[in-house]
Design a protein around this ligand. Structure first.
Ligand SMILES: [Zn+2]
Length: 97
């Protein structure tokens, strides 16, 4: 058993389903609800996932997801994947990185 590792769960912001878990070294701290771009097997695209470390995080994610908190982020995330929008990259998009 790799006891120094903790499995973190990742949830797709688009469909809300659980993605592929990753083992993280313990003590490796991110801010809560860290985003990571992962491939979602349900949406079949690469999109931001929310990292959850505890059951409470998972619960909070589900509440936020139900309330549509991630709607803007989904659009933004997809904008980078879709066809390049010629001349449409504005200052706001760069500032958000
Ligand atoms: Zn998904």
């Amino acid at each position: 058993m790799a006891k120094n590792y903790q499995t973190h769960r990742f949830f797709c912001i688009k469909c809300g389903k659980e993605g592929i878990p990753l083992a993280r070294k313990q003590g490796h701290k991110h801010e809560r609800f860290h985003r990571k771009k992962l491939y979602c097997p349900y949406c079949k695209i690469e999109i931001n996932h929310v990292e959850c470390q505890t059951d409470e995080d998972v619960y909070n994610f589900r509440v936020d997801f139900e309330e549509g908190v991630f709607a803007d982020e989904i659009e933004e995330s997809l904008a980078h994947v879709g066809a390049s929008r010629l001349g449409k990259i504005d200052v706001g998009e760069i500032a958000n990185r």
